[in-house]
Design a protein around this ligand. Structure first.
Ligand code: E4P
Length: 218
């Protein structure tokens, strides 16, 4: 499973990229607001940090012609910009056009199998089902991932990749990998949580104490 990081914080991306953990980045208008930075500048910096790796930048327009205008501006920032589009008829129309022009797309705010099917038929590179927001309204976000993966698997001519979004816990990442999702976009804090295990810490503590008792050095 590919790891994308879900953030617009350039420093955090830089740190994770240095460990070789990142296959891409997703941003959204709320993450840009949180960063307090200029959208296009941030996208440019992120794209330069991860050359050749997909960096999702989200359009804000609702109608197809304006979505395409915004997509054209965002695509000019770097070759690895992926255009993030809303899961609406206008968004799908724009998706079809961009795909035809060879531009990669990420159709976002997916909450149903039917939406995922339509996005794939419109040629989306990625579909982003939001698991955490689904859980928030007492629906099973991971069951949606399972259903979409199964549905796409029925039709080998659909090439859209399932990008698990709105990840809130390490267990979401584990479940996404067990289901066989193509990509998981993960907030930096959760990537750091994934490495933690109290048994690792306890084991290290014991080895460190025993090593000190040997009086040896390496
Ligand atoms: C990803 O593409 C989305 O922007 C993101 O995962 C949304 O996460 P949230 O529901 O925690 O805001």
């Amino acid at each position: 499973m590919k790891f994308f990081v879900d953030t617009a914080e350039v420093k955090e991306i830089e740190e994770l990229a240095a460990i070789g953990l990142l296959d891409g980045v997703t941003t959204n208008p709320s993450l840009i607001l949180k960063s307090g930075r200029d959208f296009k500048e941030v996208v440019k910096e992120i794209c330069a940090l991860l050359p050749g790796k997909p960096v999702s930048a989200e359009v804000t327009a609702m109608d197809c012609p304006t979505i395409l205008q915004q997509a054209a501006k965002l695509s000019k920032i770097a070759d690895n910009v992926v255009i993030k589009l809303p899961l609406t008829m206008e968004g799908l129309k724009a998706c079809k056009k961009l795909t035809g022009d060879g531009i990669k797309t990420n159709v976002t705010l997916c909450f149903s199998v039917s939406q995922a099917l339509l996005a794939a038929k419109a040629g989306a590179t990625y579909i982003s089902p939001f698991v955490g927001r689904h859980d928030d309204v007492s629906q099973d976000g991971m069951a949606l991932i399972e259903d979409i993966v199964q549905m796409y698997g029925n039709y080998p001519d659909l090439h859209t990749q399932v990008l698990v979004a709105s990840v809130r816990h390490p267990i979401h990442v584990v479940q996404a990998a067990l289901i066989g999702a193509n990509v998981c976009t993960i907030p930096p804090k959760i990537i750091h949580q994934l490495v933690k295990n109290p048994l690792t810490d306890l084991g290290l503590e014991a080895f460190t104490k025993d090593w000190a008792k040997t009086g040896q050095v390496i």
